[in-house]
Design a protein around this ligand. Structure first.
Ligand code: ZN
Length: 298
C-alpha cells in the first residue's frame, strides 16, 4: 500500500516522530482529484489512522496548489473504480444510470469524506494556492486549516448546474450569508476572508507554511493520544448535534437531483454551458459529464 501510494498520486512521509505527512501529488494538474487519487488518499489516511505511532496527520498539496477540485476528465472513465475494492458500503456502481451515479458519488465523495473526518486523530490541512470545489472538501474534513497568504478558495459548482460540492458544509464553515453569496456568484474568497469568517485557523506566508504547520503538529503530537481522540470526537459530536450530518445528507440528495436534472436537460450530469470553453475544446470529457451535444459554440 505504501509503495503504491508513493509511486502514485499521493505521497506519504513521516517528517517527525508521530507525524504523518500526506501530500496530493499531481502538481501539473493542480492536484485535481481523480478516482485513483481518491483511493490512494484513502489508503494513505487509513495507513496513518491505523498506525498507533502516528499521532497527527498533515494533509497538503505538491506544487503551487492544494487542489483545484475534482478531475472532470475522470468522470465516466471508471475503470479505476471498477478495479478497486469498494471503500464504502455502496456497490452497484454504474455511472450510466442515476442510481449507479448516486452510488459512485457516495463511494468516492460523501462516504469517503465522512470516513476521513471521523479518523480519531488530529488532521491539519496545509493549504496553498487554489483550494476549490473538491479541494474544499478535503480542507473541511480536516480539524485545523493553515492557509498560506496566497490561498484562494471557491466552490464554482453552480456554474455547472449543481448546488455545491458533495460534502456540503458551507454554512457551517463560512456562515450562512457568506455561503449563499459565494454559492450564488461562484466568486472566490481569500485566505484573509476565510480567516475573518473562522474557516481557517491561521494565515501565514507561503514560505512559512510548511514549517508553521509542522511545528503545530509537533506540539499537538506531545499531548495524550487518547485525550486528543476524545477532544476531536467531542467537537465533531457538537457540530453533528447542531445538525450538520443531516444537513449534509439533505444537500447531497439535492446535489443528486441536480445531476439527474442535468441529464434530462443536457444529456450529461453537468450543465455544459458552465464548463470553460478551453475544457470543452480540449475534449476528453465523457458523455456522462457533457452529454453528446457540441457545446463549444463552433
Ligand atoms: Zn456530484
Amino acid at each position: 500500500m505504501s509503495e503504491a501510494a508513493a509511486a502514485g498520486s499521493v505521497l506519504y512521509t513521516e517528517p517527525a516522530e508521530g507525524i504523518a505527512r500526506i501530500v496530493l501529488d499531481r502538481p501539473k494538474q493542480g492536484n485535481a482529484q481523480d478516482t485513483r487519487m481518491t483511493y490512494e488518499l484513502n489508503d494513505a489516511l487509513m495507513r496513518a489512522a491505523l498506525d498507533d505511532a502516528i499521532r497527527v496527520i498533515i494533509l497538503g498539496g505538491a506544487g503551487r496548489h492544494f487542489s483545484v477540485g475534482h478531475d472532470l476528465k475522470d468522470h465516466g472513465h471508471d475503470s479505476e473504480v471498477r478495479a478497486h475494492p469498494r471503500i464504502s458500503v455502496y456497490g452497484d456502481i454504474d455511472t450510466a444510470t442515476v442510481a449507479g451515479y448516486y452510488a459512485w458519488e457516495r463511494e468516492v465523495y460523501l462516504d469517503s469524506c465522512r470516513r476521513w473526518r471521523a479518523i480519531p486523530k488530529p488532521v491539519i490541512a496545509e493549504v496553498r494556492g487554489a483550494c476549490m470545489g473538491g479541494g474544499l472538501m478535503l480542507a473541511w474534513i480536516s480539524d485545523i486549516i493553515i492557509a498560506a497568504d496566497d490561498a484562494v478558495f471557491a466552490d464554482p459548482v453552480i456554474n455547472i448546474g449543481a448546488n455545491g460540492v458533495e460534502f456540503f458544509a458551507h454554512a457551517y464553515e463560512m456562515g450562512a450569508r457568506k455561503a449563499k453569496e459565494h454559492l450564488f456568484t461562484a466568486d472566490s474568497w481569500t485566505a484573509a476572508q476565510a480567516h475573518e469568517w473562522g474557516m481557517v485557523n491561521h494565515v501565514v506566508t507561503l514560505e512559512a507554511l510548511e514549517g508553521f504547520t509542522l511545528d503545530l503538529a509537533k506540539r499537538i503530537a506531545l499531548k495524550p493520544g487518547f485525550a486528543l481522540k476524545m477532544a476531536k470526537e467531542s467537537v465533531n459530536a457538537s457540530i453533528d448535534s447542531q445538525g450538520q450530518t443531516d444537513a449534509i445528507d439533505k444537500a447531497f440528495l439535492f446535489h443528486q437531483l441536480c445531476h439527474a436534472h442535468n441529464r434530462v436537460e443536457f444529456g450529461g450530469v453537468l450543465d455544459p454551458r458552465g464548463l470553460p470553453q478551453t475544457v470543452l475544446k480540449a475534449g476528453g470529457l465523457s458523455t456522462l459529464v457533457a452529454g453528446t451535444k457540441d457545446w463549444t459554440g463552433e
